[in-house]
Design a protein around this ligand. Structure first.
Ligand code: SAH
Length: 499
């Protein structure tokens, strides 16, 4: 039986510019075959079992032949898999998506297409350039700049005559010849032009000029591929429409080592302010399937006076286990529920359960302070959390009550893509665990490199852990809160926190 191939557009670069349908397919994929310009952050959304096949074409390396890529798609689909062919921008805009579709059609493999935001339009929007405008451009033309030596297929006479916006993709090495041809065939030499490198990513750079000056300016700024070349008066609107490059954290790339699995609020806030975040190492949850332990705990549930939930994930997995065993919330009646962390409390609420006690952090001292009043010799309390949480808490809380551990999952550090430390402006440590996680995955050489980087810390405890590793804290947040860390990032960028 044959699977299916979906040609999916990944958008111009910023992760948020993916369509809802594309995200759904990435989350369901058995295999993702992806290109160089696809933002790797999008791949994090895949299932743990999903296989990744990189078929990127490095500009200076021998590319994987198109026929081979098409063969990979056919072979994978024939193994009854859902194959996502993830391509930058829109799959049919110079993405060779049409050819891939033809091959799949010939092989009798079902396929569909999820259009994407093309860099030709969306990328330019991020540089403050609208492709059309009532006053100056009533059409736009997207043209390949990838001109084969000696056989220029472009009809320059017609192109130069168009008064719409001209957009060249894959044209960076041909920029001088593009400008010369347009002028030679009659386009005004003072026609505005711009080049946008890495559009919509935090490293986006834009250079503007006209057909006579743009080449020198691009060379001077050392701007290269991937780049969009745009010719036309719409470029002049950039002064008014340039929202992205004016964002407070624009061009700031932050390394954010994860402390725990799940959504990172801080990452979302940095991105919203125009910065780019790499979550490294990431953390994946691996559910533990010790049914026997779960069943034993559920059978003796009435004996427990208290359940301590160490994380939101623990709540979800516990309730799932309860339901799978044919029980529900009523089995928890009369049991005191303690939530460690706000997110844990909120998760309980989602399941219709109110936490009796909220403990701000997973620190034995704080937990003891909050709970000791309820604990006597012989109080039976269940610790539900990750393998590490339950072992640590049982150890640290010692004989304060009679603890039983229910490890529900394991946290696995995600490091399959190596990280290049040189591209980051700062590292934000949001807890001691984030420090430990990063150091555990870096080589000795990379650890040494951290010494010359700006290490930002959320608070005194995290700073202590950083220093214990022989590293220096560049700045510490005033209050041990993510917002306070964000304020430090903004100050570093010469901005103040927007109210
Ligand atoms: N299907 C893609 C284009 C693929 S061809 C799309 O719709 O956007 C690859 C070319 O696209 C690159 O050489 C470059 O010219 C352009 N490109 C793609 N993403 C880009 C980006 N983020 N910034 C600048 N140029 C980009």
């Amino acid at each position: 039986m044959s699977g299916k191939v979906v040609l999916v557009g990944a958008g111009p670069g910023e992760a948020g510019l993916l369509t809802v349908k594309a995200l759904e397919f990435i989350r369901q994929a058995d295999v993702i075959v992806y290109d160089r310009l696809v933002n790797p952050a999008l791949l994090k959304e895949r299932r743990p079992e999903c296989e990744l096949i990189y078929v990127g074409k490095e500009p200076s390396h021998h590319p994987i032949p198109q026929a081979e890529i098409e063969q990979i798609l056919v072979n994978q689909a024939r193994q009854n898999k859902l194959v996502i062919r993830l391509k930058s921008g829109d799959p049919y805009v110079f993405g060779r998506g049409g050819e891939e579709g033809e091959t799949l059609h010939a092989a009798g493999i079902p396929f569909e297409v999820v259009p994407g935001v093309t860099s030709a339009i969306g990328g330019l929007a991020y540089a403050g350039i609208p492709v059309t405008h009532r006053d100056c451009a009533s059409s736009f033309h997207v043209i390949t700049g990838h001109l084969k030596e000696g056989s220029d297929p472009l009809d320059w006479t017609s192109l130069a005559r168009l008064d719409g916006t001209l957009i060249f993709l894959m044209g960076m090495t041909q920029l001088p010849s593009i400008c010369a041809n347009l002028i030679q065939h009659g386009r005004r030499p003072d026609t505005a032009a711009a080049v946008v490198e890495w559009a919509s990513r935090s490293r986006q750079r834009t250079v503007t000029g006209d057909l006579t000056t743009i080449c020198a300016k691009v060379a001077e700024a050392n701007i290269g591929a991937p780049g969009l070349i745009v010719v036309g008066d719409v470029v002049k609107l950039r002064d008014k429409l340039n929202f992205f490059e004016k964002a407070p954290l624009f061009r700031k790339h932050i390394l954010l080592p994860r402390a725990r699995a799940g959504r990172s609020e801080l990452a979302a806030q940095i991105t919203a302010l125009g910065g780019e975040v790499t979550l490294y190492p990431g953390i994946r949850i691996e559910k533990l399937t010790d049914r026997a332990l779960m069943n034993a705990v559920l059978a003796s549930l009435p004996e427990y006076e208290e359940i301590v939930f160490a994380s939101a994930e623990a709540v979800t997995l516990f309730i799932e286990g309860l339901l799978e065993a044919g029980k529900d919330n009523r089995a928890l009646s009369g049991i005191r529920l303690t939530a460690i962390g706000k997110l844990t409390k909120e998760k309980l609420r989602e399941y219709g359960l109110a936490a009796d006690i909220l403990v701000s952090r997973r620190s034995a001292d704080i937990i003891r302070q909050a709970c000791a009043g309820n604990w006597r010799q012989g109080t039976k309390a269940l610790l539900a959390g990750s393998e590490k949480h339950t072992a640590q808490l049982a150890d640290e809380l010692g004989g304060a009550a009679e603890f039983a551990s229910l490890p529900l999952y394991r946290e696995v550090l995600e490091t399959e893509r190596p990280v290049d430390l040189s591209k980051f402006d700062a590292v934000c440590f949001s807890s001691s665990a984030s420090v430990e996680h990063l150091l555990s995955v870096l080589s000795a050489e990379e650890q040494a490199r951290l010494r010359s980087m700006k290490l930002l810390s959320i608070g005194p405890m995290t700073s202590r852990t950083i220093r214990k590793q022989g590293l220096e804290v560049y700045r510490e947040a005033k209050a041990a809160q993510p917002e306070s860390l964000l304020a430090v990032l903004l100050e570093e960028a010469g901005e103040v926190m927007p109210s």
